[in-house]
Design a protein around this ligand. Structure first.
Ligand code: NDP
Length: 318
């Protein structure tokens, strides 16, 4: 039987590429010298499209894929997937929720511990000889994480996983989202500004996209205040980055741990000079185990669709 033609937007884990190539006739769009001309000439040949949360797709790309029936995306973020355009064409979309909850929550905890306890800063202190320099000032005291007040912005799959971990650290937990979550013990705070004012650590784990753009603005940062820390493992767009850089530089907030940025991979240069911020290259789901589980889900979604029209995790259409 002739294999189905699948277009692959960018490079994926080698194990996933091998699995896809064994089952389908795959073509890598990123390998084409001129992807736009390639899509114009050959877009109509593909039944499936594999992309990722970071690359996504636009309505324009979709328009060239005239025979497309299914999209399978690597990642849980939907902000770069034009779901409305897929829905209008009756194209099914799959993504990879849940399998990454643990690792993203672990990294949120790691960032909280790092900025609170000054872990990265202390490492830099040792490496530059601060500990052994005679007469040098001792390393500054840090802040406690266990038992501190944690505000979670977005209590979805990952937010709830963070809350469970923080419970083990005996943190006092409240959260903000548009609607209170049923059946959880943590207190909902309707006002994000009030949550920021109350907490020691504000961890952002909402969806990205237009609905949450600059949700954390100068007013929220000022409410967090000079004793408050910010952690962002959601999307760079959720925070007003200009306001954040200013708040950090002027010490109007205590510090920040950031895995994501507004204009990735470009990180504001001003942040490189600051000791009260930890900067990561968008690695929250980046463990061998979780990336493999995500890869398996990308494949299973495609295979399930072609087998009986059912994906393991269909994306929620607007
Ligand atoms: P969920 O859909 O389960 O949860 C999203 C949460 O965001 C919900 O609680 C939702 O509540 C809340 N939310 C959405 N819009 C708003 C708003 N305008 N104001 C306040 N809260 C809002 O998603 P997941 O927990 O699975 O993932 C969350 C996000 O984490 C992903 O969308 C992705 O962008 C990011 N992520 C980042 C990773 C990284 O590598 N750094 C890795 C994986 C995910 P409500 O609808 O009631 O407002």
């Amino acid at each position: 039987m002739k294999k189905r033609r699948i277009l692959q937007a960018g490079r994926l884990l080698p194990s996933l590429e091998a699995r896809l190539a064994a089952e389908f006739d795959t073509t890598l769009l990123a390998d084409q010298p001129d992807p736009a001309s390639f899509l114009a000439a050959h877009g109509g040949e593909f039944e499936g499209f594999v992309t990722s949360a970071g690359v996504g797709y636009t309505a324009g790309t979709l328009a060239t894929l005239t025979k497309l029936r299914v999209i399978s995306s690597f990642g849980v973020g939907l902000d770069k997937l034009d779901l409305a355009a897929a829905k209008a064409r009756g194209i099914a979309v799959g993504y990879t929720p849940d399998v990454l909850n643990d690792c993203v929550a672990d990294l949120a905890m790691a960032l909280m511990l790092d900025i609170g306890r000054r872990v990265s800063e202390a490492d830099r202190f040792v490496r530059r000889g601060g500990w052994t320099t005679p007469g040098a000032k001792s390393f500054p005291l840090a802040r406690k994480v266990s038992g501190a007040k944690l505000g979670i912005v977005g209590l979805g799959r990952i937010g709830q996983t963070i809350a469970k971990r923080a419970t083990g650290f005996e943190m006092d937990i409240r959260y903000h989202s548009r609607r209170p979550v049923e059946g959880v013990v943590w207190r909902h705070e309707a006002s994000l500004v009030e949550l920021a004012r109350w907490c020691d650590y504000l961890v952002v784990i909402t969806a990205g996209g237009a609905g949450t753009r600059h949700l954390v603005n100068a007013e929220v940062l000022d409410a967090l205040g000079p004793r408050g820390f910010l952690v962002n493992v959601a999307r760079g767009s959720v925070i007003d980055e200009v306001a954040l850089v200013r708040a950090l530089a002027e010490r109007r907030i205590a510090g920040a741990g950031l895995d994501v940025f507004e204009n990735e991979p470009n990180v504001p240069r001003e942040l490189f000079e600051l000791d009260n911020v930890v900067l990561l290259p968008h690695i929250a789901s980046g463990t061998e185990e979780t990336r493999q589980a995500m890869a398996d889900r990308v494949f299973d979604n495609l295979q399930g669709f072609f087998r009986d029209g059912r994906m393991v995790s269909p994306a929620p259409f607007p």
